[in-house]
Design a protein around this ligand. Structure first.
Ligand code: THU
Length: 176
């Protein structure tokens, strides 16, 4: 009897984790609050200053801070390809460098190409998701994402970290 109980207690438990992901598809920027519409316009404007001679994919980002400032960024490429940086990180690092104590409310992203029409809203790459998620953890407040391309459609995502479940965090650096 005791042996059976011991054997049963060693049966591995399997826990399945299901995550829910949802976001809003908005068919026109008129359905947005004015401050979000303005932020997308600034992102579009910022994309015009991208340095993207290799991809010809021009991305603009605009970060709105709780102190009222909006910080712009755009992708900066380099002939040594990995040395370049995405628009999101240019904007968000610049915001943090200038206003380290301000909270980031939202980031708007826009993309266009000289080679084709960007039909779908641009979604941030994995590295940018990691960076955005860490600023959320730092400020203990979610960052709203407003994503757009060369159509009227907009994706609105309430929090950056839901785009990166099980992200690498400081616990990964601790000895257990
Ligand atoms: N890029 C961004 O700036 N943001 C994104 O969300 C996706 C990709 C840039 C990197 C590179 O300069 C070009 O777009 C093509 O990948």
């Amino acid at each position: 009897m005791i042996l059976i109980i011991l054997a049963l207690s060693k049966v591995r438990q399997l826990e399945e984790v299901n995550l829910k992901f949802s976001y809003k598809k908005i068919d026109n920027s008129e359905h947005l609050a004015k401050e979000d519409r303005d932020l997308l316009e600034i992102a579009e404007r910022a994309s015009k200053n991208a340095y993207a001679p290799y991809s010809r994919f021009h991305v603009g980002a605009a970060v709105r801070l709780d102190n009222g400032f909006v910080i712009e960024g755009n992708n900066q490429e380099n002939i040594a390809y990995p040395s370049g940086l995405c628009a999101e990180r240019v904007a968000i690092f610049s915001a943090s460098a200038q206003y380290p104590n301000a909270e980031i409310e939202a980031i708007a992203i826009y993309a266009s190409s000289t080679e084709f029409k960007v039909e779908n809203p641009v979604t941030p790459c994995g590295a940018c998701r990691q960076v955005l998620a860490e600023y959320e953890l730092k400020q203990k407040r979610s960052i709203k994402l407003l994503l757009s391309g060369q159509t009227e459609q907009i994706f609105e995502i309430e929090s950056a970290s839901i785009l990166l479940p099980l992200l690498f965090n400081e616990n990964g650096l601790k000895n257990s």
